[in-house]
Each structure stands twice: as structure tokens, then as C-alpha cells.
Design a binder for this molecule. Structure first.
Ligand code: BGC
Length: 359
């Protein structure tokens, strides 16, 4: 952890020192590094993490000397498209976009490309557009692997007799990440489902059947209500619920509290949202995945700098993320396992949350 913090600090420091050294270099569309306009398009304020992502991006870009136009689109695709159009017409040279639906930005980004505006896909890959220069994200497949491995270990699937009951909740079908989270987890769990050691009583296993529109807590809650009433109303034990995110885990937890009388299941999550960390401390959620959005923002600022300067940004993956037009050079940050035993070190000691926020 210390190492990670140190590298995050170093990344910011390096970005800052690069800026000092290169203030006068030529840029995209005539501005200088640390002296240009960056549009930041975020999906929604309703899901906790994007508030942090937006705030970190704004803070770090401003510290690097850029003008920032930060917009949230209330999970509405048309709103996001028009916000991006506005950013372009107001003179943004680089766009940092966390898309709502990865496949809906082709037209507006063709416009960006035509006008020489560069695009960084932030956290979520933008599909089928050749306007995307870079992708900054976490290792999404690894997130799913860690969630699947956790269930495998906790239930001791290789040794215990079972069978165990499992239910599955993943994210929005328009978010390319959801398929990676699901894929990472299901690759671990599928052999046990096939052998019958894990039983999905609802029968809902395929991606389309376990997706959650908008990653919404309410949608997950409603689906879990239906699953419980059809399969577990008599107190039949649910051993584990694979949830790709904290937003879905929260809906599942709320539904279990209202409707379920059996022994409490293992519940996975992702993001270390405040409500979910509280649930972990209270024993209602088993684990989450910590994705330090400060590090992601720092990596993205490095990409912005490189674009403005006309150089290449550091990437660490050039084979995984093909958006339909080719592989997008990516930087994948490392997702970290979190539970009640390490949240203090990860989240409080690192300054991500204050202790009061988690009370
Ligand atoms: C992000 C997750 C998040 C989800 C819902 C995904 O694209 O990668 O961290 O839980 O969106 O906000």
C-alpha cells in the first residue's frame, strides 16, 4: 500500500515537473501544455464513484494549469452527447469521457475528430469510434477475477461437498466494463456451476439475464426481491451473491434485509462506496474492490499532457481493449481487494475517506 501511495504521489509529482519543464511546447490546436481546455464528461452523480472521479479530474487538471469544463449527464445518453457537442464548440482541445453507453458516441466523436479534438476514454471504453487516442482504466477483468476467486475461496469450492446456492448481478449492458467484470468472475465460477457444486436457483446466469440497467441499486433490489420470492421465500439458504459493483450489492443487501430469513450470504462488490464500506463494517457485505480514483485521474492527466505536447503517453496494455476500430492503447491501474480487515489502511490512512464519513 505504501508503495502504491508513493507511486501515486510520484505520478502526480512527475506530471507537475513535466509541466514546469515544457510550458512553451507546441500543442494540439495552438495552446501550450498546462494551458489548454479540457472537457470532462462524467455519466451521473447518482452513483457515488463518479462524483469522486469528476472532482479528482477537475482538481488535478486545474493543478496542472488547464481550464476544465466538467459535466454530469444524469445517466441520459442524449444529455451526454449534447454536453460533448458543447465542449467541442466551446473550444476543448481534449475530451476525457466516462461514457454512459459506450456505443452511442460515434457521431459526436466523429465531429470531434474532424475538428482535431482528441479523446481519452475514461474508465469505460468508448466503442466503435476511431476518435479515441487512449483508454485509462482499472484492470476490469481482474476485478471480476478477484470477486470470483473470493467466492471460490470462501465456499472452499474445491474441497467442500456443497452444493451451494449462488445468484449473480452484474452491470449495465451498455457499459463495456460490465462484460469484463462478469467475464472475469464467471470464468472462475463457471466450472463449479457446470459441475453442479454451485447452483443458481433462479436459472439466471447468462450476461443478459444478470445485467442491471444503469447499474441501479433500485433495479438490483427489485430483481433480488423477485428471486427471493420465487426461490428462497421458505428460508432456503443463499450461500453467495456475486455483485459486480457496490451499487448492485446495496440493492441486493436491502432486498435481503427486507425479505430473506436464511443465513446471511457472501456478497461481493466493487468501488468501496461509503454505504458499502459501512455495510462491510457491519458484516452485511463481505468484500469490495478499491479502485483509487486519484491514481486513475493522475494517469489520465499524464495522457492529457502527452496529447497537448504532441508526445506519447505511457501505457501498459496494448492488446486487451479493442473498441471495434482497433486496439486502444491503455493504462490499466490495479484494483485492490478490500474488506472489513483492511479498509482502515486502504481508505482512511490513505486519505480517501475520513473516519467520520464511515460512521
Ligand atoms: C465502473 C465501476 C462502477 C460502475 C457503476 C463501471 O463502469 O468501472 O467502478 O461500479 O461503472 O458506476
Amino acid at each position: 500500500m505504501k508503495k502504491k501511495l508513493l507511486s501515486a504521489v510520484l505520478a502526480v509529482a512527475m506530471t507537475a515537473s513535466l509541466l514546469v519543464g515544457c510550458g512553451s511546447q507546441a500543442d494540439v490546436k495552438g495552446a501550450t501544455r498546462g494551458n489548454g481546455k479540457v472537457g470532462v464528461a462524467m455519466p451521473t452523480k447518482d452513483l457515488q464513484r463518479w462524483n469522486q472521479d469528476g472532482a479528482n479530474m477537475e482538481e488535478q487538471l486545474k493543478a496542472a494549469g488547464y481550464d476544465v469544463d466538467l459535466q454530469y449527464a444524469s445517466n441520459d445518453i442524449a444529455t451526454q452527447v449534447s454536453q460533448i457537442e458543447n465542449m467541442i464548440s466551446k473550444g476543448a482541445q481534449v475530451l476525457v469521457i466516462a461514457s454512459i453507453d459506450g456505443d452511442s458516441l460515434g457521431t459526436v466523436l466523429a465531429q470531434a475528430k474532424e475538428q482535431g479534438v482528441k479523446v481519452i476514454a475514461y474508465d469505460r471504453l468508448i466503442m466503435n469510434s476511431d476518435a479515441v487516442s487512449y483508454y485509462a482504466t482499472f484492470d476490469n477483468y481482474m476485478v471480476g477475477t478477484k470477486q470470483g476467486e473470493y467466492i471460490k475461496q470462501q465456499l472452499d469450492l474445491d474441497n467442500a461437498a456443497g452444493p451451494f446456492n449462488l445468484e449473480i448481478f452484474t452491470g449495465d449492458p451498455g457499459d463495456n466494463n460490465a462484460r469484463f467484470f462478469y467475464g472475469g468472475a464467471i470464468d472462475v465460477l463457471k466450472p463449479y456451476i457446470e459441475s453442479g457444486k454451485l447452483v443458481v436457483q433462479s436459472g439466471q446466469v447468462d450476461f443478459d439475464n444478470v445485467a442491471t440497467a444503469n447499474w441501479s441499486t433500485e433495479n438490483a433490489h427489485a430483481r433480488m426481491d423477485a428471486i427471493i420470492s420465487a426461490n428462497y421465500a421458505d428460508g432456503t439458504k443463499i450461500d453467495a451473491v456475486l455483485c459486480s459493483s457496490d451499487s448492485t450489492a446495496l440493492g441486493v443487501t436491502n432486498s435481503l434485509m427486507a425479505n430473506y430469513t436464511g443465513e446471511w450470504p457472501i456478497i461481493t462488490g466493487q468501488d468501496c462506496d461509503v454505504a458499502n464500506v459501512k455495510n462491510m463494517i457491519a458484516g452485511k457485505q463481505s468484500m469490495s474492490i478499491f479502485k483509487d480514483t486519484r491514481t486513475l485521474a493522475a494517469k489520465t492527466v499524464e495522457m492529457v499532457d502527452a496529447i497537448m505536447k504532441g508526445t506519447e503517453a505511457p501505457v501498459n496494455d496494448t492488446s486487451t481493449y479493442n473498441n471495434g476500430t482497433g486496439v486502444i492503447p491503455s493504462f490499466l491501474c490495479e484494483p485492490v481487494f478490500a474488506d472489513a480487515s483492511n479498509y482502515k489502511e486502504l481508505l482512511i490512512d490513505s486519505g480517501y475517506y475520513t473516519e467520520d464519513q464511515l460512521k
